[in-house]
Write a protein that binds this ligand. Sequence first.
Ligand SMILES: Cc1cc2nc3c(=O)[nH]c(=O)nc-3n(C[C@H](O)[C@H](O)[C@H](O)COP(=O)(O)O)c2cc1C
Length: 199
Amino acid sequence: MKKILVVQSSARQEGSLTREYTAQLVRQIEAANPGSWVVTRDLGAEPVPHLDATLLGGWMKPAEEQTEAEKAASALSNQLVDELLASDIVVIGSSMYNFGITSTLKAWFDHVLRAGRTFKYTEAGPVGLTPDRKVYVVTARGGRYEGSPLDFQEPYVRQLLGFIGITDVEFVNVEGQSMGPEEAAKGRAEADEVLAALA
Ligand SMILES: Cc1cc2nc3c(=O)[nH]c(=O)nc-3n(C[C@H](O)[C@H](O)[C@H](O)COP(=O)(O)O)c2cc1C
């Protein structure tokens, strides 16, 4: 039995490839781990707020010294961190927008990369505090970027996760989706193969 956290970040509900492929991947994980339960954080449907002065002010203080406004601002943020730390497996749907991740996914990372919870500062530099766990990242892209210096998505997401201690990360990239029907079908077939190999 595994606790699976699914983080969706496509703005689309209909026709979203990241939603389609993450759903398939979650079915595979559930089949391999009967009795698993899934928590979904849908950033497309309900974006989390950007960091602001109240929230950052609260983060700098022990909980008992926070103002009511700072406590209120921290509540959702703490919940996002708790969801991540409670998971055994994380599945992230990451649409490529303007060469990188969506602003909604960036906002989620801003909440969960939290000093004292998921990483800490030391004299030798920052150290991840998040016990390693399996993370799958399903990306969808209009073009083809895998292995190219223009892929600001995969290396960035690896860096963000690695910073808090998560290094067991696998990517499924659905590429070439705006390059005509042949390229789109090829991109899907390649992603299907990667998915099948994960089973
Ligand atoms: C606002 C926006 C920006 C996009 N920027 C890029 C981009 O920089 N490079 C690219 O290859 N595709 C880009 N795309 C295409 C998406 O990556 C592609 O449609 C992908 O399938 C979106 O994920 P989804 O299907 O889960 O919604 C963009 C799409 C949108 C809506």
